[in-house]
Design a protein. Sequence first.
Lengths: 377, 278, 154
Amino acid sequence: MAEHDRQVVLSRDGLEALVGALRAGGYRVCGPTVRDQAIVYDEIDGIGDLPAGWTDEQDGGHYRLKRRDDDALFGYAVGPHSWKKYLHPPRRPLWHATRGANGLGIAAEPEPTTRYAFIGVRACELAAIAVQDRVFTEGAYPDQHYAALREGAFIVAVNCGEAGGTCFCVSMETGPKARAGYDLALTEIVIDGGRGYLAEAGSDDGAAILALLPARSASDADRAAAEAAVAHAAAHMGRKMDDYAGVRDLLLANLEHPRWDDVAARCLTCGNCTMACPTCFCTTSEDDSDLAGSEAGHSQRWDSCFTLDFSYIHGGSVRASPKSRYRQWMTHKLATWWDQFGSSGCVGCGRCITWCPVGIDITEEVRAIRMTPGATA
Amino acid sequence: MLPRSSGDPMVPQVARVVASRRELGDVWTLDIDAGPSGFPFQPGQFNMLYAFGVGEAAISISGDPAKARRLIHTIRSVGKVSDALARLNAGDTVGVRGPFGGGWPVAAAEGADVVIVAGGLGLAPLRPSIYQLLANRDRYGRIVLLCGARSPNDILYRSELEEWRARLDIDIDVSVDHASPEWHGNVGVVTTLMPRASFDPARTVAMICGPEIMMRFVAIELENRGVEPARIYLSMERNMKCAIGRCGHCQFSSDFVCKDGPVATWAHLRRLLSLKEI
Amino acid sequence: MIVGMDAIIREHRFFAGLDEPTIRLLAGCARNVVFKSGQYLFHAGEDANEFYLVREGRVALDVVTPGRSAITFQTVGPGEIVGVSWLLPPYKWMHDAHAVDPVRAIGMDAKCLRGKCDADHDVGYEMMRRFLPVLVSRLHATRLQLLDVYGKPD
């Protein structure tokens, strides 16, 4: 069966029916919505919660919502949130300990049963989820919690028709069109002046739910409109990562390049990039106990390699200087990640550039080192 | 109780402390009941020990692998968690996750001369391999154990070192950084013991554990003596939180020290250890 | 006696590889010495008239700080040398040295050796080539000791 045979076009009502079907199927449906002057991810009741008619303006250290001159539902790039907030939650209880007359008792926290449906997952975000899949589910100790959430998740991808000012998925070969890892993929197109959604299934679950929705078969014109939308996004990337596969060797050969001092002079080591990054996975663990001292909880929470505590061993931090911490972040993301997980840790979403308070641009930092490889301070 | 059931590697098992003894001023050894089925481990591996309401710390296993009923940890109280662990008494319970990490090349060293260099508490993670080497003494060539400590009062497992010295089939030399004139042993950094040690560099496997800078100097010295960098093993210390390569804290370039280490070869570490703040 | 000294010098690690004429030359400045356990080889402030090549036993190098007990900062064993202050003016010892065990050593007359080094720079160069690595490795070792690597962190 050709791929095209499964393509249909949903109207907005069809899209609403999709959300309804997912909710009826027991999914907690989450999607983009406007809050605090940004497009964030949150639980949605229907397509009325989506950011209709909004777009964003993004640049280094800069994010503004702007009104579009149409009512597109997906006419913006990615915001500060990513789906990792659901699959790899910012804080997660690991176990619960009690202390009684006979000593300690330790009980694992139950595995999650929530089934999420994500609406509006971009190609770069699918790539990010795939990266975190490799981090958490491969190797000797798969993360059962992550695996359970991931297993239960229903993913509705949306191909990008607009590129953000800090996007560079094209040069990372991760977008702007979703290629794999989704249950359904949508492309928002204009048909007869209105909005429609070219839809295709990427899984049996996706096909099953698509079959329930009011839809019509896609025409060549629909497909051409979808391709044009994606081509428009691809042609308008705000940033570019040159030769992304060569960055590993470049950085590892330039661990003492003077550019690290240069970027350290700008970096505030705030860790925003690590929080906004859809692949950053580092966590710390902490205990909290009740006042009576008989109960304690042990949780993991997101941590950032930009903190001094991160590399602390008795006596001090291994990476005390801001330079070493920026270098750790960037070389991990773009270089050592290849050794650890077989891919770059960067998917080209641009969040680290947009949400850096001083606008440090990872693509520009790589370019600067590439201009003068082998330089030493 | 122990060993770990097949459950989540992030969740500790509860075990009971059966003995606690003070080794040095701020160093304590806990004997933990490993239960009837014991706690198998490789020399050089570590556990995450959990003190109720305080948190976890990575502590190397320092007992004899052949005596699996007793899980032995030597702990220096240097922080919140290690303070709480060091204060545990016989009868108290503790959370244990492990064993984690890769160990010393005890089996791979068969047929070779073995040079072990321990600095300070670095003897603790090396002790299980010493037990194994001595238990199979005929499988190895010369065995040399060089220990460095801050002062005579800071020499770990001192009485055991005396017992081993009495065996005559292991050359043991100890040096302290400074001492009062009453001390009749060596004074000087542990590397100064190296020229006096007798081993064949071409057929030597070396295992080094101690402060990173000391390990670097020892490894350089061994390499200068002609020991192959791929046969010089170091045990790295980094901030280990999850112990299974998931939390990111212990990264050392491409390695997660907790799962790719903590033991690694000088050939692997040499360049990175010469760079600052990796 | 002088022939015996030749052999002793030839055997000592510090002089390994020296040619025969030089060994004979140095033997003229050498004597056999023994120290009982606890006996001092020299004290800080004394003239550095003689340095020692340890053959057996160990020598501890100590510094004494007023108000504190003496601290041994290094021990020197067979094949190693005790004393470098004889090399440079003002030729005064900077620390004490005492025998930890019964010590047998070669004592080298410093003034005699300095004279021979001055008279024949090839001999002087040979001696410097042997002393310099000792000085450098002691400097490195001292740096490591200064770091107090085993000390409890703050």
